[in-house]
Design a protein around this ligand. Structure first.
Ligand code: FE2
Length: 569
């Protein structure tokens, strides 16, 4: 089933439907918009929710996608913000983009609470450096809240920034994950929202605009539980900055992802690329080619099929300045999944073809931890460091042809972190690459007073058990990749506040977490005894923790590397 919204548009013939919709917080975290009907019409009765602004095929386009409780004909009404009425309303300058409103039929897992319809419209022929305001408008006069986005330059210009989020996985490990009232889900949702709020406060600011949000998968815990999707969609940043999602293993087994997102150049038919959630897609943004593949479809036949998709996208965009590939299952990572057999199985095919195709940067998820590889190259005999002399944690690298950097993104919500693992001798993820390299070590993690050996492919590994996100600053000759601290040990960070983990912070054994109500605290290595009182968004007396030392502030950089383009590239 190809979801391919119609792209026609028509001029606005109706006056603005007055009034922004009222926001309804069903179950505490559910984002919803109840349309406010225009008085001249019968009261609008259509309810929509989970509106998301998505990437189009290039920077001149955006998708808008949503869920609706009725199949009423709808449009996305769009107007240059500067042309709105003084009161901020739409007028004759507005353009209506006809939406495809289609049933959300089909189920592989029970579709818990899915709305019966989805709506989608492609906004095209946008202008550069323009602020636009839009709403979802149904034929009965029901209208959503309005949201605004800005296009920026077309073409690279001075450059731009994009963010990548790993595994928000709202509801992770919750024993009540089908309930929107779950305290686990509430805290995960609060962490996710807090990370999005932290985006503009980081120290990696290169005075470039943040224009694009991307993911490495696992938006939520359970693919068919709509209360989790509702919580994920709650932050308004998802309606004002385009988002490009990848399919994680937790998104993969049901139709929620497929219905919630409209994707450009989306292959939903080639069997080798598919899982229930969808397949592979690509888009360009200001000279950067982004290819997003569904690594959940994995076998000795499917892995080459994904690489053929990447090749097709590369060949379709011969003038791309940079090439970025994203997928969920990290093939080089530092924690629980580093030694997984399925990831080992992906490595030979992925690394060979990604090197051959001139991919610069690979963004991965799934391991709920952070790593940045050395510049790796597969020359046909297996992946290796392209420059054996590259220093660990080098802040600048200049890859030659075939050199690829693989980054694993840590949790963007605090819902779950995995401890760093020690490399297994004699495996492709070991510390020395079969004796070729000396072991690189870092102190403190994962055991107090001990040391940790890095997997041979990784230049940097990190697990502070705090939320982070990746930010990439793009200019013509540099990609600056930074991992940015988005939260501290305090709420919202379920891992510490609910006693899931035993420590938090950058300096193990020196961090003391103080309980906010003064009843107790715990050190980084000693979790609080007993059952924590679950925090919620509205419970100031619940167990929440603050730290006095050992934790980097929000906006601090955990890691930074600048990838310099060589002249011959
Ligand atoms: Fe995962």
């Amino acid at each position: 089933m190809k979801i391919n919204p119609r792209q026609t548009r028509r001029s606005a013939r109706r006056r603005l439907v007055a009034g922004a919709g009222a926001m309804v917080l069903g179950g505490g975290t559910v984002f919803g918009v109840v349309f406010a009907g225009e008085p001249a019409h019968a009261a609008g009765t259509v309810t929509v929710k989970d509106i998301v602004l998505g990437v189009g095929a290039n920077e001149t386009q955006r998708y808008v996608t949503w869920y609706a409780d009725a199949g009423t004909d709808s449009v996305v009404r769009l107007e240059k913000t500067a042309k709105l009425t003084e009161a901020g309303g739409f007028d004759s300058h507005a353009v209506d983009y006809t939406a495809a409103v289609t049933p959300t039929t089909g189920s592989s897992g029970g579709d818990v609470g899915r709305f019966p319809y989805r709506g989608s419209a492609l906004l095209d022929t946008l202008s550069a450096n323009t602020s636009y305001t839009y709403e979802v408008l149904a034929a009965d006069g029901s209208a959503s809240k309005t949201f605004t986005f800005t296009t920026g330059n077309f073409g690279l210009g001075r450059g731009f920034e994009f963010a990548a989020f790993g595994d928000p996985q709202l509801g992770a490990d919750s024993n009540q994950n089908s309930l929107s009232t779950s305290p686990d889900l509430k805290e995960d949702a609060a962490g996710w929202a807090d990370t999005l709020n932290a985006l503009q406060s980081d120290a990696s600011d290169d005075n470039l605009p943040l224009e694009l949000l991307t993911s490495t998968g696992d938006q939520i815990e359970t693919a068919n539980v709509e209360s989790q999707w509702d919580a994920w969609f709650a932050p308004d940043q998802l309606r004002t900055t385009p988002y490009a999602a990848a399919i994680g293993n937790h998104d993969s087994s049901d139709l929620g992802y497929r219905y919630h997102f409209s994707l450009p150049n989306n292959d939903v038919t080639t069997p080798e690329l598919q899982t229930t959630a969808g397949g592979d897609y690509w888009y360009t943004y200001k000279g950067v080619l982004f290819v997003v593949i569904n690594s959940n479809a994995q076998s000795s036949v499917k892995d080459p099929a994904h690489m053929s998709f990447v090749e097709m996208a590369v060949k379709a965009n011969p003038t791309a300045l940079w090439r970025v590939v994203s997928y969920h299952h990290a093939i080089y990572s530092p924690a629980a999944h580093a030694n997984d057999t399925d990831n080992a199985a992906r490595r030979p095919t992925y690394t060979q073809r990604l090197s051959e195709l001139g991919i610069n940067l690979v963004l991965q998820g799934h391991d709920h931890s952070y790593s940045r590889s050395y510049v790796l190259q597969n020359d046909g005999s297996g992946a290796d460091r392209q420059n054996p002399a590259e220093a660990a944690a080098a802040n600048t690298v200049a890859p030659g042809p075939g050199g690829v950097i693989y980054v694993t993104t840590n949790s963007a919500s605090g819902s779950k972190y995995y401890a760093l693992t020690e490399p297994k001798a004699g495996t492709t993820s070991d510390a020395t690459h079969n004796g070729k390299y000396t072991v690189q070590t870092m102190p403190w993690a994962p055991a107090a007073g001990g040391t940790h050996a890095l997997h041979w492919a990784n230049s940097v590994e990190n697990q502070d058990n705090v939320r982070t996100y990746l930010k990439v600053a793009v200019t013509a000759n540099k990609l600056k990749v930074t991992n940015v601290v988005a939260g501290v040990c305090d709420y919202p960070n379920k891992y510490t506040t609910q006693g899931v983990g035993s420590w938090c912070g950058a300096q193990q054994a020196t961090t003391v977490l103080s309980d906010n109500d003064g009843t107790s605290g715990f050190t980084r290595n000693t979790p609080k005894a007993g059952t924590p009182r679950y925090p919620s968004n509205n419970d100031p007396a619940a167990d929440k923790y603050t730290t006095t030392s050992g934790v980097a502030p929000v906006g601090a950089l955990q890691d930074s590397v600048t990838i310099v383009k060589r002249d011959e590239d």
